[in-house]
Write a protein that binds this ligand. Sequence first.
Ligand SMILES: Cc1cc2nc3c(=O)[nH]c(=O)nc-3n(C[C@H](O)[C@H](O)[C@H](O)COP(=O)(O)OP(=O)(O)OC[C@H]3O[C@@H](n4cnc5c(N)ncnc54)[C@H](O)[C@@H]3O)c2cc1C
Length: 422
Amino acid sequence: MTNIAVIGFGAAAIGFISEAISRGHKIHVFERSKDVYSSSISGIRSDGKLFVSKDMGGDLEIPIEIQREVVNYYISKLDKADRGNIKTGVSFSKNSEYFELFYSKGFEPINSEFFHIGTDKLTNVLKKIYEEFLTSERVRFHFNVKIDNVVFQQDGTIKIQSKNFEDSFDYVVIAVGRSGHILVNRIIEEHPELVLSDNVVDIGIRYEVPNHVVKKLNEEMYEFKVRMRTKTGYMVRTFCNNPSGKVVLEKYDDFVTVNGHSNSKAETSNTNFAILCSTSFTEPFNDPVGYGSFISKLGNILAGGRKVLLQTYGDFVKCKRTKKIGRVKPTLPIGNYVLGDVNLVLPRRIALSISEFIQKLGEVVPGLAYSDNLMYAVEVKFYSNKLDNDKYENLKFIGDCSGHTRSITYATAHGKMMAQKL
Ligand SMILES: Cc1cc2nc3c(=O)[nH]c(=O)nc-3n(C[C@H](O)[C@H](O)[C@H](O)COP(=O)(O)OP(=O)(O)OC[C@H]3O[C@@H](n4cnc5c(N)ncnc54)[C@H](O)[C@@H]3O)c2cc1C
């Protein structure tokens, strides 16, 4: 029986434990939050959109059957009455009339299936999973334990350390997501050989439009995913579409960015989605997190504190500070934004790319380029360094902290597949 420590209890840990539990191992889970529900914000605690796709979610090859297993696993944890009510959709099936419409304007339509659980239902899903794990004598949870470091021992075991606690295990699985970057950075400072690459960050805006503008798209696909190589050379994409959803702040210790989510029931008359520009640099650059953080902070400085900037698309194109909004009413509460000029925050190459992207969206769905549509800045997606899981036999990184996943389905499947190799 292997004595295993799993650090973090998010999507990847769920995948790992659900598989390892049946293989007779003793598993200790260490989670920094005070209980299973109140962890740092992520898709497993907010929104809960599950994707099945070959083209998005991470750079791992995850067979479609495993992705479906993962999705069915989460759906099976919903109350029976809710299972039939989850919203689903297919982004750009080959039969969709939209495929050709987007394609002809230079977009690459991304094929994916969606299953939306909703923020309000996720608590119960997590509760069920947690309670099922608890019924096994081989799984123990330790909440309120933030692991600060891991140390290889002479006897081949690995010691995990936190402020008031340390213990040694045969096998340690790091599953701390992106919010656990401090621990991961600490480990790679001591073991730089683990790093495969580290130079990507996605920067952009959250875009908000009235539901009626995207009604047909939302009904057919739930989430429409397209990307396009713009004239600047940057790849720009849509991300995280929330029909009838809300724009929210994403809070970091020293700055705030913008994000979006939706509940299982329609709550607003707007749809929001991110428009992100993928930036990837070469030497001597080695600090994508620093780059994204600085741009976000600049937005906060202009907005006068822990707030984001809000501008209409029309004013953005004219490089004019927005003083008055038009027909689209922001779903982000008023104290969380300041009307301003997003051009003062985004680097020119990113601003141009986003501008071109929205203009092209408007050529397919005219309402997507209405001048009173709303742009919130900045939205940032940080990625972890890509780590090498072949370097050590008994220290593994699963889910987003490994740098190889960026969705619930991929992170869960990564955990599951890692446990299958045990
Ligand atoms: C606001 C938001 C919305 C999202 N919405 C979606 C969505 O709808 N669909 C989708 O597919 N993806 C979504 N994502 C991405 C998705 O959440 C992640 O890809 C996925 O959760 C990654 O799983 P993970 O297990 O790697 O990390 P997480 O699920 O983030 O879990 C990591 C866990 O580790 C804990 N932890 C961190 N550091 C430590 C430490 N030092 N010691 C102990 N515990 C620690 C954290 O508290 C957390 O519980 C969203 C992300 C965000 C931020």
